[in-house]
Design a protein around this ligand. Structure first.
Ligand code: NAD
Length: 486
């Protein structure tokens, strides 16, 4: 599975019923650092999706009857195998998505392994017998059936495995549809899963577009639960489709996350941490900060330090020691650039990055989708850049005066995914945290979370929570048994 000895372009296959199967048509997948086609991805049609769902349905009676310990054993083998293949998977993730190889090695691939390990361990420790009222009352949880798992392009293996692991651990069979923009590591995972001994048909992978393969999957009568991570618009549509056929559904959607910096924050720590939270993975993490509200007394100093350190960030080929690689696609680059242009028309000041700082790269990277991290000020809260998800390395800074004001402004968007608060007065930090309408609040940190904690968003950032116990709720149905002895 080395990338050096695979054909160029790489040809990805669907994984159905335990076999790798060719598709009738293919899509091009681009290396975002050069703009060259590097892989061919199946453009699966409804017949291919139907075949995958049928295999999952056929495997379900057998897989759902295995014990948690048997399932956990296979999931742990998969986790081990991901760790053994860390380098290859990290290289592929970087080539497909644009993130630095070093980041994929440090974050994405270890997290994919942890997803399998954490759910394997957690499923072996579910206790649900509660004796009371003169009867034995208890609940049993059974797997739902066939799960459709649909994932986006920004953390390809990380997010897909966060769905696969709990669905399999709790005894479901799955049909996955990764993003058509980044499909390669999902395909590589199928090989590892097959070698780990997962029975045929338990996991199936169909590649292709959302409008054809995705649409056929969410509408399929053989699917019982849909877990979707992606944009709010597609999530809204999936919610409607799920409602029509009463399928269980989880939606992890977009965000417009804010940072709040109080005047007592230690800027020597907060400035680098804010840079990290705004620009890690090219700003292409749903949890990235894209608005930062800074208390007016320290606003000028904060801006000056943030701009200075941001200008020093290295942007370039992801195989090198860089902080940021290219954006994932040409279309996405154009979208991010268009927001900077809107900000300029709205009268904003662009302090660094797009259209301000030069970025010259050697061949063959001139056609890559690179953009420098961009900092914007002087925008009203109602402007597009302060309200809409940009999902790239662009952050807007704004001063605030009072605690009440900043809470109101942070909450004044349609999204509710996460926030990060920086400062020292513990009572103030907690008082603010409790009033923010978001699924996660980080205090003096960012992107640190135990898998046991619920993860998800409110408002237009989604419905439902994922995490070791929360995901198991999604992938199981609970029945209460009340047994009065005669
Ligand atoms: P997207 O919504 O365009 O696509 C996500 C997935 O849905 C892809 O696999 C796509 O092929 C599929 N899809 C598209 N249309 C479909 C349809 N009609 N039926 C079924 N499937 C369909 O999102 P994207 O551009 O890949 O990802 C970026 C978005 O994901 C951002 O909005 C980001 O905030 C969000 N995201 C959210 C989280 C979270 O946990 N809340 C995490 C990562 C990314």
């Amino acid at each position: 599975m080395s990338l050096s000895d695979t054909p160029n372009p790489l040809v990805v296959e669907n994984f159905v019923g335990g076999s790798f199967v060719k598709s009738s048509k293919y899509l091009d997948s681009f290396d975002p650092s050069t703009g060259e086609v590097w892989a061919k991805i199946p453009d699966s049609d409804p017949t291919e999706v139907d075949d995958a769902v049928q295999h999952a349905r056929n495997a379900f009676p057998m897989w759902s009857k295995t014990t948690a310990a048997e399932r956990a054993k296979i999931l742990i083998k998969i986790a081990d195998s991901i760790e053994e293949n860390l380098d290859k998977l990290a290289q592929a993730e970087s080539k497909d998505q644009g993130k630095p190889v070093s980041l994929a090695k440090r974050m994405d691939i270890p997290r994919a392994a942890l997803n399998f390990r954490a759910f394997a361990e957690s499923i072996c420790h579910q206790v649900n017998i509660i004796p009371e009222m003169g009867c034995m009352n208890y609940t049993v949880r059974n797997p739902v059936g066939v799960a459709a798992l649909i994932s986006p392009w920004n953390l390809p293996l990380y997010l897909l495995t966060f769905k696969i692991a709990p669905a399999l651990a709790s005894g479901n069979c799955v049909v996955c549809k990764p993003s058509e923009i980044t499909s390669v590591t999902a395909w590589m995972l199928c090989k590892l899963i097959k070698d780990a001994g997962l029975p045929n048909g338990v996991l199936n992978m169909v590649f292709g577009t959302g409008s054809e393969a995705g649409e056929a999957l969410i509408n399929h009568q053989g699917v019982n639960v849909i877990s979707f991570t992606g944009s709010t618009n597609v999530g809204r549509h999936i919610g409607q489709v799920a409602a029509k056929s009463i399928k269980k559904v989880s939606l992890e959607l977009g965000g417009k996350n804010a940072g709040i910096v109080f005047e007592d924050a230690d800027l020597s720590k907060v400035v680098p941490a804010t840079i990290h939270s705004c620009f890690l993975n090219q700003g292409e993490i749903c949890l990235c900060t894209s608005r930062v509200f800074v208390q007016r007394t320290i606003f000028d100093e904060f801006v000056q330090r943030l701009v200075k350190e941001t200008k020093n960030l290295k942007v370039g080929p992801p195989i090198e020691d860089v902080f940021m690689g290219p954006l994932v696609s040409q279309v996405h680059l154009q979208k991010v650039r268009s927001y900077v242009e809107i900000a300029r028309k709205d009268g904003a000041r662009i302090l660094c990055g797009e259209s301000v700082d030069e970025l010259s790269l050697p061949a063959p990277y001139q056609k890559g989708y690179f953009i420098r991290p961009t900092i914007i000020t002087d925008l009203s809260d109602s402007s597009a850049c302060m309200q809409e998800e940009i999902f790239g390395p662009v952050v807007c800074l704004s001063p605030f005066d009072s605690e009440e004001e900043v809470i109101e402004r942070v909450n004044n968007v349609k999204y509710g995914l996460c926030s990060a608060i920086w400062g020292q007065k513990g009572d103030r930090l907690l008082r603010v945290a409790h009033q923010l309408h978001v699924g996660t609040v980080w205090i003096n940190c960012w992107l640190v979370r135990s898998l046991d904690m619920p993860f998800g968003g409110m408002k237009e950032s989604g419905i439902g929570r994922e995490g070791t116990s929360h995901s198991l709720e999604l992938y199981t149905e609970e029945t209460t048994i009340c047994y009065k002895f005669q």
